[in-house]
Design a protein around this ligand. Structure first.
Ligand SMILES: NC(=O)c1ccc[n+]([C@@H]2O[C@H](COP(=O)([O-])OP(=O)(O)OC[C@H]3O[C@@H](n4cnc5c(N)ncnc54)[C@H](OP(=O)(O)O)[C@@H]3O)[C@@H](O)[C@H]2O)c1
Length: 259
């Protein structure tokens, strides 16, 4: 049995998305009370019948304040995939995390963000560092986090259900969407997942039965470091854009004042 954290209300960011919808269902199955952040209430009602909805836009910080209130945990599965703006990843993938952190205003929920198996891969065509930067904000915030970097969605056969968690940014492979959603929710409920960052794929074999053991085998991110424990050191904070450094400083100083 997982060691259960004292969590009931979970804010689901990206809840209408392909992973978010499954994460909402997984949260319900595990006895949690999901609250879905949606931009469009009617779309939310259609896609998530019976789920508590709260209207908000990740690009509108003021709209997020009531959404985060009272949440014992936050699951982040948003993404800018359908957004054609050239800077959508900066505004949504990264800016959305920054704005959620601002809205929390000292509250300290458990956080389970989904980023990407390529979060640290500068060699992949089209890769950008925005998801890695969003991870850095979360680590700098000091919030209790488990950062899940999934491989290719649904590029896994039906008998590939054995979860493989790797660290170091070199993993590659696929995983079923439902297993990504389940891993995010299980991470909230399992103490050994705390402070871990990992790539997630699935290989031939059975689903996990012991989540504490699965997460427990991983190395913990180093306290005070903005990177995952085995991440490459090819993105120096000092060389980051001024606005990104300012966001990191703001998150750190807030950590210092919120106890
Ligand atoms: N495809 C892969 O193999 C793969 C692998 C690893 C990682 N990823 C990452 O996974 C993410 C996509 O996941 P997915 O398929 O679940 O995404 P999706 O189906 O495109 O859903 C995106 C979610 O983000 C929400 N969203 C976007 N902009 C928002 C905003 N400004 N405010 C509030 N919510 C907003 C959307 O809400 P609306 O319903 O309002 O649009 C939707 O709920 C991408 O970031 C991608 O990089 C993908």
């Amino acid at each position: 049995m997982p060691q259960r954290q004292n969590i009931t209300d979970v804010l689901m960011v990206g809840a209408t998305g392909s992973i978010g919808r499954l994460a909402v269902a997984a949260a319900q199955r595990h006895g949690l009370r999901p609250r879905a952040l949606v931009r469009d209430l009617r779309r939310g009602e259609e896609l998530l019948p019976g789920v508590e909805l709260v209207r908000g836009d990740l690009e509108d910080p003021a709209s997020l304040r009531s959404a985060v209130g009272g949440a014992g945990a936050v699951v982040l599965t948003h993404g800018s995939g359908g957004d054609s703006r050239a800077d959508a990843r900066a505004h949504v993938d990264y800016g959305g995390v920054r704005n959620i952190l601002r809205a929390l205003d000292g509250a300290r929920p458990r956080v389970a963000p989904m980023t990407s198996i390529y979060a640290t891969r500068s060699d992949i065509p089209g890769a950008t560092p925005w998801k890695r930067r969003s991870e850095r904000l979360l680590r700098a915030s000091g919030l209790p986090c488990t950062i899940v970097r999934p491989g290719w969605f649904d590029h896994a056969g039906p008998t590939q259900r054995r979860l493989v968690l790797e660290q170091g940014g070199t993993a590659d492979g696929g995983i079923a969407r439902d297993q990504i959603a389940l891993t995010l929710v299980r991470s909230l409920l399992t103490n050994t997942a705390l402070g871990k960052t990992f790539e997630l794929i699935a290989e031939e074999g059975e689903e996990p039965s012991d989540w504490a053991e699965l997460f427990g085998a991983l190395k913990t991110d180093e306290s005070g470091s903005v990177d995952g424990v085995s991440d490459p050191s090819d993105l120096a904070v000092e060389a980051e854009p001024r606005a990104v450094r300012a966001d990191l400083d703001a998150v750190r100083s807030h950590r210092g004042t919120s106890g």
